[in-house]
Write a protein that binds this ligand. Structure first.
Ligand code: C5P
Length: 299
């Protein structure tokens, strides 16, 4: 018997970042939108915990106990007094170290899959609690749709979305480490007064209306200057997408994936084609959102 769970990637349409807290984390106003690029996590009983991965970026995925999917299995098993003897296989389509919550998706997917496989019947509350323990973005990977994350991003309020948004994503030639981008944010902000992060009302209204022009006018990412400082070539990708007719262009989360909002699916295809031939990125994908959160495909 095995269980497969499909989990979406995310783009942050707003990422407002406060000053570093005493624990090193940053308070956020983080507006997540799940998009239709998915990892699939399959769990099967085995003699001991083992992780394997397939997909174009599979060689960059750690297969030891630092993998969030392995950690999810261990935490759930510990809480329920079970041996986490399971083979976790990840079919990876979300870029690795790309700012699209690929690792978080695998954590949420493995958690839901192991819960079904082992019959642990954890409540939604317990699942969300374990997700928050695994990482700041993991609760959103479970929930999907659109949500405002506060605290370090793990406290979620579901948001209404009144339409489908069409995106193009450009994958970069290398990854960026999230802690390194936050450190660069701290360095760039040294000596300045960093305001409390708050969600933008025009942005929430644009999501609720499903209005791509209004959303394009309202998106923001406070980590973008830090990502560009560590990876200056991303400016060329952003410029190429804007010139191709994207309504807006931004770094996704801590990057280095760049995200381009298009007015409709046809325009998304055009922007994607132009970006592909621009020579400014490694790969280009289109995906729309909101997409559903972690979902079991088979049991
Ligand atoms: O929570 P997660 O393990 O995904 O965070 C990875 C790293 O990103 C943290 O170790 C921290 O350096 C940074 N981070 C942060 N503030 C947040 C979320 C993440 O500084 N709200």
């Amino acid at each position: 018997m095995s269980v497969t769970v499909r989990v979406p990637a995310k783009v942050n349409v707003q990422l407002a970042v406060g000053a570093a807290r005493p624990d090193g984390f940053h308070d956020l106003a983080n507006v997540f939108l799940a998009v239709g690029l998915y990892d699939e996590v399959t769990v099967t009983p085995a003699d001991e915990l083992r992780v394997t991965c397939e997909g174009p970026d599979a060689d960059q995925v750690p297969l030891d106990r630092t993998n969030l999917a392995a950690r999810a299995a261990i935490v759930l098993a510990e809480r329920h007094g079970i041996d986490p003897a399971v083979h976790v296989h990840i079919a990876k389509d979300i870029p690795v170290a790309g700012g699209m919550a690929g690792g978080s998706a695998d954590g949420a997917g493995a958690l839901l899959a192991c819960d079904a496989l082992w019959g642990t019947r954890a409540s939604r509350e317990e699942l969300l609690d374990i997700c928050a323990e695994l990482g700041s973005d993991v609760p959103f990977s479970l929930v999907g749709g659109a949500a405002l994350g506060t605290g370090r991003g793990e406290k979620l309020r579901t948001l209404d979305v009144g339409g489908t948004f069409h995106w193009v994503f450009a994958m970069a030639g290398r990854g960026l480490s999230t802690p390194a981008v936050f450190r660069e944010f701290d360095r760039l902000g040294e000596g300045t007064d960093i305001p409390e992060p708050v969600a933008s009302q025009p942005l929430l209204d644009a999501l609720a209306k499903g209005d791509p022009d209004a959303l394009a006018a309202a998106v923001s990412n406070d980590l973008q200057p830090a990502a560009l400082s560590l990876f200056p070539e991303l400016a060329h990708t952003l410029a190429a997408g804007r010139a191709a007719g994207a309504l807006t262009a931004l770094v996704s989360g801590s990057g280095p994936t760049t995200a381009f909002l298009a007015r409709d699916p046809e325009s998304a295809v055009k922007v994607a084609e132009t970006l592909r031939s621009s020579g400014t990125c490694r790969a280009v994908r289109t995906a729309s959102g909101p997409a559903p959160g972690a979902t079991a495909l088979s049991a």
